[in-house]
Unconditional design. Sequence first.
Length: 49
Amino acid sequence: MMRFDRFTERAQEAAQRAAEIIQRYGHNQIDTEHILLALIEQPQGIISH
């Protein structure tokens, strides 16, 4: 089980966003591409620089 309380605030936001992404596309689980898309879409995120 993942310990999300040990994640940074931005990592928690990305995980939450990834959960929203899988719902949007009707997927059943969070995979690498969902996390990547969440990071890309994150305003002021590390990937957006």
